[in-house]
Design a protein around this ligand. Structure first.
Ligand SMILES: [Zn+2]
Length: 186
């Protein structure tokens, strides 16, 4: 038996795709190039519904994330991740969930959830906004036709391609994603 880094999704018989450069940049440069879950610069693509939970391995399920959030979220949906985090924040020294100093011990799990309900909705709304930006046909078409490279080279980090295309992406965004398709395809 060989030991390798195999995700749970792969053990279910699904193989993860290799992203093309245009797909990676289309996702990484969404949300102004920032992580969907915090304010750091994005570094990786995150499956909103985890691949291991059956989430699609396509642009309809990918958002930009920083490495820290991506690792922390791991194989959880945004809401599972977020709820897990605030439950953990309310663990007492024995691993039991309590309201803690702020809310007191009388707080139920339901109270605990409701106290952060608005924040949970904001997280989901942000994810939806970023997914909508990535789904924008005009924007996506620009990335397809503007990127002359297919798959990232094994020797170059995706940040190299980001740097390479940075000025063009900024300019295209300001111009409302010009139609780069050849005449006969319009
Ligand atoms: Zn982040």
């Amino acid at each position: 038996m060989t030991f390798s880094q195999t995700s749970q999704g792969e053990s279910l018989g699904r193989k993860r795709r290799r992203w093309r450069v245009f797909e990676l940049l289309c996702v990484l440069e969404a949300n102004d190039g920032l992580c969907t879950y915090c304010t750091r610069r994005s570094q990786v693509v995150d499956h909103v519904i985890p691949f291991a939970q059956g989430g699609a391995d396509s642009l309809s399920n990918l958002v930009p994330a920083c490495t820290r959030c991506n690792l922390s979220k791991s194989n959880r949906t945004p809401l599972e991740w977020w709820i897990g985090s605030f439950m953990r924040d309310h663990w007492d020294g024995n691993g039991t969930v309590h309201g803690g100093v702020r809310w007191g011990d009388g707080m139920t799990l339901r109270d605990l959830y409701l106290s952060r309900h608005e924040e949970a909705l904001a997280v989901l709304e942000n994810v939806e906004e970023v997914l909508a930006e990535i789904a924008d046909e005009r924007r996506r078409s620009w990335f397809i036709w503007a990127m002359s490279v297919d798959y990232p080279s094994a020797f170059m980090d995706i940040s190299f391609y980001r740097g390479w295309h940075r000025a063009a992406i900024k300019e295209a965004k300001e111009a409302g994603w010009p139609d780069l398709r050849p005449e006969h395809l319009r």
